[in-house]
Design a protein around this ligand. Structure first.
Ligand code: 6CS
Ligand code: FE
Length: 299
């Protein structure tokens, strides 16, 4: 099959068959120098590692309300809707997307200044929500997420042009060493790993349950972990991790008796709107990459 010409010129091409490799990041990590909620040592460590953990972003009371809302949602949501994702081999709910558009209980946290102003400080512009979801990692049953860069998927499958987005994973439960917490590779955000294989049609139906395309090769992972190690920022309810869209991350299954529930918000810069996907398939559904750029004040 002929390659789309955009692939040839795209500095962040990926999934072109058997070409794997590593390229340098071409975009800044922190886009503004203005002071804000993040102090200079927090900015420095975000810039260096590609993530920052925040021990207590919201109060226990606020977390309790969100956790109750999340549990209600899990029990009442229709599992057959496309934005509700099940675990790989069962009907247990793994993720619910599009919180900022569909669910009143979560709209306020989606535009909370404690979160939004931090995202704006890193991205150096106004921001909007590219994606929002809750990840339930139920006790005993929650399965892993293999290593990946979110940017690679968002670029190839959704058309996110540049690395100017930041994710925040807000813990609604304890994130313990043994209940499948987020693992990140410090420093990996400075490299772009071109993945092998070609994206199958409707890939998201599989990838959100268990991802097989758009995952880095073992050699690159070994090289990056030899250099940067693996960091597992654990924390209590109300703690958060902010991470760059290109930081490699993953998590293991939850074999513990304690669920791990996280709220996951992705802010993109308003000057980095989605284009046509950089892969050769049509864009994924909007619950995975919002194209309306709704101002946060209108949620
Ligand atoms: O495909 C996506 O957009 C999502 N999938 C994963 C495994 N992480 C980031 C993102 O939410
Ligand atoms: Fe991810």
């Amino acid at each position: 099959m002929a390659l789309a010409s955009s692939n040839v010129e795209d500095p962040y091409f990926s999934r072109l068959g058997d070409q794997f490799g590593m390229a340098a990041r071409l975009d800044p990590v922190v886009w503004s120098e203005r002071p804000g909620r993040l102090n200079s040592s927090e900015i420095e460590s975000y810039q260096r590692d590609g993530f920052l953990s925040i021990p207590q972003l919201i109060s226990r009371e606020e977390v309790n309300q969100l956790l109750q809302a999340a549990d209600r949602l899990r029990q009442t949501v229709d599992p057959d809707q496309s934005h509700v994702i099940a675990e790989p081999a069962s009907r247990t709910i793994r993720s619910v997307f599009r919180l900022h558009r569909d669910y009143e209980d979560f709209k306020e946290i989606c535009r909370d200044p404690r979160i939004v102003e931090r995202a704006e400080q890193i991205l150096g512009s106004e921001v909007y929500l590219h994606q929002s979801r809750i990840n339930f990692k139920p006790a005993f049953e929650g399965k892993e997420f293999f290593w990946h860069s979110d940017f690679e998927t968002w670029h190839i499958e959704d058309g996110l042009p540049r690395m100017r987005a930041v994710s925040i994973s807000l813990s609604l439960t304890h994130n313990l060493p043994y209940n499948g917490p987020l693992m990140l590779i410090p420093g990996s955000h400075r490299y772009y790993i071109r993945c092998v294989g070609r994206t199958p049609e409707n890939h998201f139906e599989q990838s959100l349950r268990s991802q097989r395309y758009g995952v880095p090769d073992q050699q690159s992972l070994r090289w990056l972990v030899d250099a940067g190690g693996i960091s597992t920022p654990t924390g209590g309810p109300g703690s958060a991790v902010m991470f760059d869209c290109n930081t490699l991350h993953g998590s293991v299954a939850n074999l513990s008796p304690y669920p791990r529930t996280n709220l996951f918000l992705v802010f993109n810069s308003v000057v980095n709107p989605l284009e046509e996907p950089f892969g050769d398939l049509p864009p994924r559904p909007e619950f995975l990459g919002d194209r309306e750029m709704t101002p946060l004040s209108d949620l």
